[in-house]
Design a protein around this ligand. Structure first.
Ligand code: F6P
Length: 500
């Protein structure tokens, strides 16, 4: 049965109509406990949901919708490694990379490859990995795109200045500018090229790896490139055929989706930049969030509640976009990462059985770091003709930081969240009437997510939170969140065009 024809969905439609006169300022004023009781905690993260266009009745109805969609059964299938990626006939078992699965053999394979990758990362950091001329590797070029780039790039930047001697460069675009910039800062004899590609067929990654190899040969004629080329992939034979020495091929299973692969050997850049301990902390944070998702009761289950809110705004408020504003420069890559995670997962028009849908799915996800974004897109957020729910993501440690600018960063995020929710009602009465062009209507929802601090554990928890939020929405929309057939046609047409 289509979810849209369930009684739970229809009850929500009626409830939405009943909420036509709902005002956030009144909801917050009339229920002083709301700000406190709508705070949720998961794996050390905190989320304030009180500025959302919802009442206690909304939650009751949304939780009923989750039951109608059999969310608990699907969640159990996710964690059990059942083939929920039905169009590709395999599990989506990224959780097994951080929460040991019951299947001992899988758990052992995962751990063996993780230890192998972390050992390599620590040897690189210790200057023990040498190139063909005996020089220690000092520069690592991480060449990958999409899920083979966005996660590692986000986490490496989120954990701050890299520690250790290795300079890391991320290269994804086929536009030569990005690789050239990195090569201009590298020396062939002390450079390691790491080609990161699940399929090991992605044109941009293979072309950029070839260009880097050509640079290596030109800069160090006769050099044995096999000492300067590593790969991370689910297709080790293709990597070896490409010229990568088997001892420098790190693998992960086909049942790890590209956009869910940062927890696998694809996390090598994170471990090289910040050490094995940081990478393990990242996994521990995600595992703690996994535990919360499985164990927390629905009414306190944060990824479930955030997923339900996403469906509420898309399907009952007609929202076509969702903004993510990380109020932390170190999380500046979060919007780009979430664009792939959510839009490639849930940007679907047919259900799991291939039937065309008669309701909307993934919104456009966009965003920028705060406070920078305040001076470009917040005009639209406050006074545009349609609203875009906003996630503010920041760190609680900023609130009372010794650093004035960190305190201002946090205070700005709160001020913007209140301004969106309350509009003019947030301001002390001035007694003078404002011109209509200056009036800010308010009633614009946001969710305020705080990490205790921006460290590996909390970042791991945050990304797992968004993964499970994405999963919950996919289950409610009855779609397969783990395939991406829509990306193929562009690649096929390119091949055709190149052939022509
Ligand atoms: O084209 C989209 C995509 O297939 C993503 O799903 C994936 O993360 C990215 O390209 C890179 O793919 P690969 O890791 O196989 O090179």
């Amino acid at each position: 049965m289509s979810i849209a024809s369930t009684p739970a969905w229809q009850s929500l439609q009626r409830h939405r109509e009943a909420l036509s006169s709902f005002r956030l300022d009144a909801a917050l004023r009339d229920d002083p406990a709301r700000a406190r009781s709508w705070r949720f905690e998961a794996a050390g993260l905190e989320a304030d949901l009180s500025r959302n266009l919802a009442s206690a009745e909304t939650w009751r109805l949304l939780l009923a919708l989750a039951d109608a969609a059999e969310l608990p059964r699907w969640r159990d299938r996710l964690f059990a490694g059942a083939p929920i990626n039905n169009t590709e006939g395999r599990p989506a078992w990224h959780t097994a990379l951080r929460t040991a699965p019951a299947n001992g053999a899988v758990a052992r394979t995962v751990e063996q490859e993780r230890l192998r990758m972390l050992d390599f990362a620590e040897r690189l950091r210790a200057g023990q990995v040498r190139g063909a001329t005996g020089k220690a590797i000092e520069t690592v070029l991480c060449i990958g795109i999409g899920g083979s780039d966005l996660g590692p790039r986000l986490v490496t930047a989120a954990l701050g200045e890299t520690s250790g001697p290795i300079r890391l460069h991320f290269v994804s675009n086929i536009d030569p500018v990005e690789l050239d910039l990195a090569l201009a800062q590298a020396v062939p004899e002390s450079t390691l090229i790491v080609a990161i590609s699940k399929s090991f067929t992605t044109l941009e990654t293979l072309e950029n790896a070839r260009a880097a190899l050509a640079w290596l040969r030109q800069g160090a004629p006769g050099i044995d490139t096999r000492r300067h080329l590593a790969a991370i992939t689910s297709q080790p034979e293709r990597a070896q055929a490409f010229g990568v020495d088997a001892s420098l091929v790190y693998t992960f299973a086909e049942w790890v989706g590209g956009r869910y692969s940062l927890w696998s050997a694809c996390g090598l850049p994170i471990a090289v930049g910040h050490g094995a301990a940081a990478f393990n902390d990242l996994l521990h944070g995600a595992a703690a969030l996994d535990h919360h998702f499985v164990e927390a009761p629905p009414a306190r289950n944060l990824p479930l509640l955030l997923g339900l809110l996403g469906v509420w705004y898309v399907n009952f408020w007609g929202c076509r976009s969702r903004a993510v504003m990380p109020y932390a420069q170190r999380l500046r890559h979060l919007p780009a990462y979430l664009q792939q995670l959510e839009m490639e997962s849930n940007g679907k028009r047919v259900d799991r059985d291939g039937r065309l849908l008669d309701y909307d799915t993934s919104p456009v996800v966009w965003g920028e770091a705060g406070t920078t974004a305040q001076h470009s897109v917040f005009q639209f957020l406050h006074q545009g003709t349609f609203f875009s729910p906003v996630d503010f993501v920041t760190a609680a440690c900023f609130e009372n930081s010794a650093e004035q600018r960190e305190r201002l960063l946090y205070a700005n995020a709160l001020a913007q969240a209140d301004a969106l929710a309350l509009g003019e009602a947030a301001l002390k009465p001035s007694g003078s009437a404002k011109a209509t062009c200056a009036v800010v209507p308010g009633d614009r929802p946001s969710t305020f997510i705080t990490l205790p601090r921006i460290d590996a554990f909390s970042v791991g928890a945050l990304l797992a939170l968004y993964e499970h939020r994405t999963f919950v929405q996919g289950v409610l929309w009855q779609i397969n969140s783990f395939d991406q057939w829509g990306v193929e046609i562009g690649k096929q047409l390119l091949k055709q065009r190149l052939a022509d």
